[in-house]
Design a protein. Structure first.
Length: 366
């Protein structure tokens, strides 16, 4: 029986070059090598029973997870897992999952000569050209019918990664201003009223931080100066003199006048809404209880953990490396699966399946 379950953390399964992307070809190498060497990707139900109750699992059991709910998890990862007899879990941002529609083509249809590779969805190109000329990040996500199809197959489970994966402003310090321009991140949304010309206040994950809220007086002054239609705002920021006027305007506000911090009741309400909305959506769309939550960015506060437990979550997944012995449900470690050869993956599985070695290895952060 296993003494520690390695939990793999993937994000994109895509040919797009990114620090959190693994190509479908290399992902298949990982899955093939795991199967060839006796490792088995287990279902989330079995993993939960081990983490919560200590129910035994066979040696070389692993949990293969994917964060966010990107469409490439369905197009590429799902058929590859099925091909090699593994199961996987997608921790989806429920607010990003697209409305139910016909399931799109996957790699399996290409293998079966039911469609060409050109007929697959756009999952290797996250940027789309905006009409104003700059690139805009538009990652495609799963839809609910695809989620139901994967769950029905028994190959892939779809679980909670919060409702919106948002950040909050945390202080009056800022660097630059919000304007129409290239978006470089998928999850760059702030849980606040964002207008063109607003200072880019320092921001951190919603579920771990108290929010700094820009004042209504600041918002009103900015709206008076900066046009709020996207094309007009783009033209406004093209003029250096306009940017200087905006800087002067904001510098005229003291730190106290820029905004204030949310109170404890508002904070508790925001945390509960974010987590309860995600859980209710998953359970309503997929017709089953939900026990697992994966923290966005791995960040959470004691209050968020307490509220999550109160809502009925039992397993909490982090982004920290380490062992996962039986009974570790409140703090489950994962390690980042990288775009590296299968030999790299096999070595990590050996490490993270041994509690003492996993603890040592994670402490020196190799």
């Amino acid at each position: 029986m296993t003494s520690s379950v390695p939990v793999l953390m993937y994000h994109y399964i895509s040919r797009w070059k990114n620090p959190i992307a693994v190509s479908p070809e290399l992902f298949e190498e990982h899955c093939a090598a795991m199967a060839r060497n006796g490792w088995r990707g287990i279902g989330l139900d079995d993993a939960e029973n081990f983490f919560i109750q200590g129910k035994p699992l066979p040696d070389k059991s692993i949990l293969i997870t994917f964060d966010d709910g990107f469409l490439d998890n369905y197009v590429y990862a799902y058929p590859i897992l099925e091909k090699y007899g593994h199961k996987g879990t997608i921790f989806a941002v429920t607010g990003k999952i697209e409305p139910a529609a016909a399931p799109r083509n996957t790699l399996k249809q290409v293998w079966n000569n039911e469609c060409s590779a050109d007929a697959l969805p756009r999952v290797d190109q996250p940027y789309v050209k905006h009409e104003l000329g700059f690139d805009e990040r538009q990652d495609p996500f799963l839809n609910w019918e695809e989620a139901r199809l994967m769950e029905k197959s028994g190959v892939m489970r779809v679980s909670c990664h919060s409702a919106w994966h948002k950040s909050v402003f945390i202080s009056p310090e800022y660097d630059g201003f919000y304007q129409p321009e290239k978006r470089t991140r998928t999850f760059d949304r702030i849980d606040s009223d964002i207008i063109w010309g607003l200072p880019r206040f320092k921001a951190l994950p919603r579920l771990a931080n108290r929010a700094f809220i820009p004042s209504q007086r600041l918002l009103a002054a900015i709206r008076e100066l900066v046009p709020q239609e996207t094309d007009a705002a783009y033209a406004f920021f093209a003029e250096e003199a306009n940017l200087e006027r905006l800087k002067t305007l904001v510098q005229g506000f003291s730190k106290d006048e820029l905004g204030s911090y949310e109170d404890s009741m508002s904070l508790q309400g925001a945390l509960r809404q974010e987590l309860s909305q995600a859980k209710t959506t998953i359970e309503g769309e997929l017709g089953r209880p939900e026990r697992s939550l994966c923290w966005p960015w791995g960040a959470f506060s004691p209050d968020a953990l307490s509220i999550g437990k109160d809502l009925g979550f039992r397993c909490f997944f982090t982004t920290e490396m380490g062992p996962n012995p039986a009974g570790c449900a409140s703090h489950i470690h994962r390690f980042k699966a990288k775009d590296k050869p299968a030999s790299w993956m096999m070595m990590r599985l050996q490490i993270y399946s041994r509690p003492w070695l996993a603890k040592l290895y994670s402490s020196i952060r190799l």
